[in-house]
Design a protein around this ligand. Structure first.
Ligand SMILES: C[S@@+](CC[C@H](N)C(=O)[O-])C[C@H]1O[C@@H](n2cnc3c(N)ncnc32)[C@H](O)[C@@H]1O
Length: 273
């Protein structure tokens, strides 16, 4: 297997940026090498350029999907940035309950959901909140560009250790034992989380109805400022007036042109005009 040349690195780097928005700095050559090496080798290819040519000619898009499965960073865990969930339960849900008391329709998008932990927590919080309030539709859309993580999310099998951060009552109410060391999300929870592939860069934001809340946390850190601006604008127009945007704690809406009001750290509200 030949080394990754600078020219090959640039080919992949540009491709990753153009098709997925992910911005790899020039120091990330060894990362790209280690993530793609076995993919190239398993196809019996000797150079990275061979894989690149094969990928761009593949009209099925399958090799590009394998590529993004390798190149995306999917780290996540239950209750990550916990204060957001507290705010969601204590401020956002009461606001939505009041505002949508006639339609009883809650529309939330967990964008860049990775292996599903964040989406399941949001759905648990809604189930807890609306438990004794019949008639509410709280089905949640959870998307990611990587099929690999979506399959894990959809399967809903997690280690017992990973759910130990959840309240004891939630552990039994929303998960069944799967084997000695793992649990599986109960059907009653899973049925209200719709997992789907969505690429922020290539897919159209033509949703039937606008969202009341969008969570897109720890995704934009991988994008450059122009791509962030593009995405935030898309989120803005996909959100109803008065709706919310949650981003990661290390992210911000600085230098963007849209009319979001800052609420608390990394939580914003689309202005009620
Ligand atoms: C680090 S995870 C964040 C998971 C979760 N939101 C959290 O905060 O823990 C970032 C996710 O963004 C997804 N992602 C990266 N580029 C994307 C794109 N162009 N379209 C959609 N999702 C993308 C990755 O596949 C990855 O699963």
């Amino acid at each position: 297997m030949q080394k990754l040349t600078d020219k090959e690195f640039d080919l992949f780097r540009i491709y990753l940026k153009e098709h997925y928005g992910i911005n790899l700095s020039s120091e990330k050559k060894s990362l790209l090498y280690s993530r793609l090496r076995t993919l190239v080798q398993d196809l019996g290819m000797n150079t990275f350029e061979e894989y690149y040519n094969y990928m761009i000619k593949d009209k099925t898009g399958e090799s590009s999907k394998k590529f993004i499965d390798r190149m995306s960073t999917n780290h996540t865990f239950f209750m990550r940035e916990k204060d957001h969930f507290t705010y969601f339960s204590q401020k956002v849900l009461p606001y939505l309950e009041q505002k949508h008391k006639n339609s009883k329709d809650i529309r939330i998008w967990c964008a860049g959901c990775s292996t599903g932990e964040e989406a399941y927590i949001l759905q648990i919080l809604m189930k807890e909140y609306f438990e004794n309030k019949p008639g509410w539709n709280t089905q949640l859309l959870a998307t990611d560009v990587s099929n690999k993580v979506l399959n894990i999310a959809y399967r809903g099998v997690y280690s017992k250790e990973s759910i130990s951060v959840l309240e004891k009552s939630w552990q039994t109410k929303y998960f069944d034992e799967y084997n000695e060391s793992t649990v599986i999300v109960k059907k009653s929870l899973k049925k209200d989380v719709v997992f789907s592939r969505f690429n922020f860069i290539e897919d159209k934001f033509n949703f039937k109805k606008s969202f009341q809340v969008i969570f897109c946390r720890n995704v934009m850190i991988y994008f450059d400022q122009d791509t962030r601006n593009y995405l935030i604008e898309k989120f803005y127009y996909a959100t109803e007036t008065g709706g919310y945007l949650f981003i990661g704690h290390s992210e911000s809406l600085n230098n963007t042109n849209v009319n979001y009001e800052y609420l608390i750290s990394s939580v914003y509200k689309k202005y009620d005009n």
